[in-house]
Design a protein around this ligand. Structure first.
Ligand code: C2E
Ligand code: CA
Ligand code: CA
Ligand code: CA
Length: 278
């Protein structure tokens, strides 16, 4: 039994080493990806209704890894956050989204807002406000054309510091959206203090909708709360017509999800919009 235990431990140790090795490799690859500009942004529209106007687009990060194709963010963001590499990566995302917004504005899409996702390590980094100001100036973008999507848990972690930074972001005129709403543990008192403009109902609630359970009541309550706080309500992860109709009836201001449009490169988004407008 003792022998077996030792062997079991050996396996565990080998698995651990492989894991550590993998993480180091990923870290190395990420550094190279920053230098070689292997990142790209896909954009997913926020629409009033399936054939209604686009109110904004959300930028979603993709890693075009040589020999492997597009890597989704869930596979590298945790390591990027732990190692601080999220700061240079996030700075690139903000700059690129502003550059693209400038191109859209010049093409007559001046009514759009581009949203970028920001994680905890980024928000609480000292240079955040300067990064935003720099990107806006560099590309000649009005602050109201940019929104930061901050998850409820990001805003809650180190709540005092986050609030101070978010207040500076809001003072710049950049919009603030509370992402994944309903999955964190924000107190109403804290929510009330956040200088937010928009609330995004987490996909988890939307997925369960129209199945005759409690989620409709929860979503209705979230919408009522958001409206009381003066926020625009966006539902994410809308995949079916039933969900879309119910969310519209419950009073959502905008919808996002595969039903209305999947995340695509900027050029492709323009093509699909041109076709559907025709
Ligand atoms: P998120 O901000 O909640 O973004 C929504 C995610 O749901 C995206 O996954 C999107 O592709 C996916 N999605 C959109 N519509 C639907 C739908 O109808 N059904 C389903 N099943 N999924 C849908 P993605 O692009 O893999 O991004 C995952 C997460 O990674 C994002 O969640 C966000 O938290 C984070 N992320 C993405 N880009 C960035 C970035 O530039 N910086 C940072 N810090 N985080 C990012
Ligand atoms: Ca988001
Ligand atoms: Ca979300
Ligand atoms: Ca999410």
């Amino acid at each position: 039994a003792k022998e077996q235990g030792r062997r079991g431990f050996r396996f565990f140790e080998m698995a651990m080493n492989a894991n550590v090795h993998q993480q180091l490799k990923l870290q190395q690859d990420l550094r190279r990806a920053i230098e070689c500009q292997e990142f790209t942004l896909h954009y997913q529209p926020k629409l009033v209704s399936p054939d209604g106007p686009v109110t904004g687009v959300e930028a979603l990060l993709r890693w075009n890894k040589p020999g492997e194709g597009l890597v989704p963010p869930d596979q590298f963001l945790p390591v990027a956050e732990r190692t601080g590499l999220i700061v240079p990566i996030g700075n690139w995302v903000i700059d690129e989204a502003c550059r693209q917004m400038g191109a859209w504005r010049d093409a007559g899409r001046g009514d759009w807002t581009v949203a970028v996702n920001v994680s905890t390590a980024q928000l609480n980094h000292a240079g955040m406000v300067d990064t935003l100001r720099g990107a806006l100036e560099r590309h000649g973008i009005e602050a109201r054309h940019l929104t930061l999507e901050v998850t409820e848990s990001t805003a809650m972690r180190d709540a005092e510091a986050s609030l101070a930074i978010l207040n500076q972001v809001a003072a710049l005129g950049v919009g603030i959206s509370i992402d994944d709403f309903g999955t964190g543990y924000s107190s109403l008192l804290y929510l009330k203090q956040l200088p937010a403009d928009e609330l995004k109902i987490d996909r988890g609630f939307v997925t369960e909708l129209a199945c005759g359970n409690d989620d409709e009541a929860i979503v209705a309550a979230i919408i009522a709360l958001g409206k009381t706080l003066g926020l625009k309500i966006v539902a994410e992860g809308v995949e079916t017509v039933e969900q879309q109709e119910l969310l519209t009836r419950l009073g959502c201001n905008a919808l996002q999800g595969y039903l209305l449009g999947v995340p695509v490169p900027a050029a492709e988004l323009e093509r699909t919009l041109r076709t559907s407008a025709a």
